[in-house]
Ligand binder design. Structure first.
Ligand SMILES: [Zn+2]
Length: 363
């Protein structure tokens, strides 16, 4: 278990890290991550290693914002106390925002990044990946987040936060690396003046220390988003004016391109993307001639209420979609299965061919 002093030290040395720390190339990290992980084969189960209750209650008490409400368990009990949706976030936490749950280090990190727009977030993420241990605990539905990193929009990444005042934009380092990388891809693709307003709209990720996430009304807003591994993206809209929030307008071609960037990012493997089936059909039409469609389709799954955003769930390491060779996401009944297809080796190859220009952009 790392001490709190470690984090403080890391944060205090942030500006120096930017200049002096050698970084592990993302490719090397991706290669490490292709080793068999501890993820279950079914992306929708999302169950990570669980702390034994009593194993380190002090750690859980410090980081899990619902520790007391959950009866001093490290991982919240999976079953809600009442069946009624919305009744099981700690009522003491259900406020309009979670900013009061930020640690001193998180405040410091935000201040540093807001003060100096030349700091390269990807470089910081890469520096920390080699040192930091786990950040995400329990399952995505009942977990919490330790040393969460905040997503900060900057001039390179074209990111627009949907709810910047709620402090629900904290994720694992890999999550923030993934979003930053994709945000830079959007900036690259839409560099022309007529597209300068194209934005990657980012909705909820997790609270500063994770935990149950309530909507503005105070009721539970998400089944997951508790451990920094889930993020909602607005649909990519090319036409002007770019929306600042989620929209049902769905440009299948643009969003197929966006999804491919997501799946190909070198920071975090994508376990699954949730989207309404009507929109998946539109994607299928737009991507019918793309050889990656039948491969990636497996990881884009219908879940109700996903008509105005992509819900993206990452794994704890980098790597191809599904996060491991024998990933077995449920297939939609109308999807043809190619039984001869060696999907994972093709995915590895595809990952190798990903664009690299966003990995470093000199100020
Ligand atoms: Zn979501």
């Amino acid at each position: 278990m790392k001490s709190r002093g470690y984090t403080r030290y890391m944060m205090a040395s942030l500006p120096f890290l930017v200049f002096f720390l050698s970084v592990l190339p993302p490719d090397a990290q991706a290669a490490q991550a292709f080793a068999p992980g501890d993820l279950p084969p079914e992306p929708s189960s999302d169950y990570l290693e669980v702390l034994e209750d009593g194993e380190d209650l002090g750690f859980c008490a410090e980081w899990n914002p619902e520790f007391v409400y959950r009866g001093h368990h490290c991982c919240a009990k999976a079953k809600p106390r009442k069946k009624r949706r919305g009744s099981w976030c700690d009522p003491k936490r259900t406020r309009s925002n979670y900013c009061h749950e930020m640690t001193e280090d998180q405040h410091f990190y935000r201040d540093v990044l807001l003060a100096d727009s030349n700091i390269d977030v990807l470089q910081l993420v890469e520096s920390d990946l080699g040192i930091k241990g786990r950040q995400s605990y329990c399952s995505v539905n009942n977990g919490f987040l330790a040393w969460g990193r905040q997503l900060i929009p900057n001039s390179r990444n074209r990111i627009h936060l949907k709810s910047p005042d709620r402090c629900v934009d904290f994720g694992t380092d890999r999550m923030i690396g993934m979003i930053e990388w994709v945000g830079r891809r959007v900036a690259e693709r839409y560099y022309a003046p007529e597209f300068e307003k194209v934005r990657l709209v980012v909705g909820d990720i997790s609270a500063p220390r994770g935990g149950c996430l309530a909507g503005r009304s105070g009721r539970r807003g998400h089944a997951s988003h508790t451990s920094g591994l889930d993020v909602d993206f607005g649909f990519l809209v090319e036409k002007k004016p770019a929306p600042n929030t989620f929209t049902r307008e769905f440009d299948a071609k643009a969003n197929w391109w966006l999804l491919k960037q997501l799946f190909q990012n070198p920071y975090a493997c994508i376990k699954v993307v949730f989207l309404d089936r009507r929109l998946i059909r539109k994607l299928a039409k737009a991507a019918k001639d793309d050889p990656m469609w039948p491969v990636l389709r497996r990881f884009i799954r219908h879940v109700k209420f996903h008509r105005n955003h992509h819900h993206v769930r990452i794994g704890p390491h980098a790597g191809p979609p599904g996060c491991e060779a024998d990933a077995n996401p449920e297939l939609e009944a109308n999807i043809e299965e190619n039984t001869d297809y060696d999907g994972f080796s093709d995915l590895l190859e595809w990952m190798e061919a990903r664009p690299t220009s966003t990995l470093r952009i000199d100020p």
